[in-house]
Design a protein around this ligand. Structure first.
Ligand SMILES: [Zn+2]
Length: 288
């Protein structure tokens, strides 16, 4: 794990820092850390007793407004967190820290109901039977055009079996295929280097390939208008380690050589609760 010194979307080092905690589920699954009660029998000369959790920082980019966790997990830590994502071991550990999680896990594993609305947004650009690569698509359950796509490839680190009609591909195979649509849905909020990740995905796109990018439009970004007030409203970090603004998305797209064709923020329902997401449709810049 390293500590970010620059914005992972726009690259500036103009960052504001404020203290926060890493949520116990993440601290346990990534690092094997448990919170601990400091009691009088520790005989600490200068420390007051109390519960100690894993300390981290909220970083706020002064240029693009990205709000992010300072800890950036390495490949091994990402694998520890996302191996067999939402599988039995993941759900058991998470339920230990978050009572009632099992039910939400089952709903999440049942798939998202709003995918037809995403397909309707994309159809004018790619038709209704495109050749699709879902980069970070888990089992392929929520890939737009699932069951209708002319080709359904999934590239993912979770190593789970994929749904009928989908095929797992490695990075080399993905870079050698021709796709009409490349999807990155609800992935960039989890990764340590989202701008670099997006640039890597872009390498699988030809000049006519359409990108569908979806990330959460988190409440603290959406509902707290003054950026300066946001860090104090973000005191804990969980799986979403990047909270994007429109400017942060714009900076990442530009660095990856992509031009947005459409960008909306809209309400969706997933995992039994409502939230908002940014949906971005983009293609390679003419000169890129
Ligand atoms: Zn930034």
């Amino acid at each position: 794990m390293k500590i970010a010194k620059a914005c992972v979307c726009c690259g500036t080092d103009r960052l504001k820092r404020s203290p926060a905690i890493l949520m116990p589920f993440l601290a346990c699954r990534v690092f094997g850390w448990e919170s601990v009660e400091i009691t009088p029998d520790w005989n600490m000369r200068d420390l007051a007793p109390g519960r100690a959790h894993a300390l981290c920082n909220t970083l706020a980019c002064e240029d693009c407004g990205l709000l992010f966790l300072d800890m950036r997990f390495d490949d091994e830590e990402m694998a520890a967190l996302y191996a067999d994502y939402r599988g039995p071991a993941y759900a058991d550990t998470r339920a230990r820290f978050e009572p009632g999680y099992e039910r939400r896990n089952d709903i999440l594993n049942g798939g998202s109901a709003y995918i037809p609305a995403i397909e309707a947004m994309l159809a004018p650009h790619v038709g209704t039977a495109p050749r699709v690569l879902d980069w970070g698509g888990d089992t392929g359950l929520n890939t737009p055009f699932r069951g209708k796509a002319a080709l359904h490839h999934v590239h993912d680190i979770s190593n789970k079996p994929v749904v009928d009609g989908a095929e797992i591909v490695d990075r080399g195979r993905a870079l050698g295929e021709r796709y009409d649509l490349v999807v990155s849905s609800n992935v960039l909020e989890h990764v340590p280097e989202p701008a670099a990740h997006l640039a890597e995905i872009t390498a699988a796109m030809g000049p006519d390939t359409i990108l569908y990018l979806e990330v959460p439009h988190e409440d603290v970004i959406r509902l707290v208008p003054d950026r300066a007030d946001r860090p104090a409203r973000k005191r804990h970090w969980h799986e979403h380690v990047n909270f994007f603004t429109e400017e942060a998305l714009g900076a990442m797209l530009d660095r990856a050589g992509l031009s947005p064709l459409a960008r909306v923020s809209h309400p969706v329902s997933a995992g039994g609760k409502g939230s908002h997401v940014f949906s971005v449709i983009a293609r390679r810049q003419a000169h890129a």
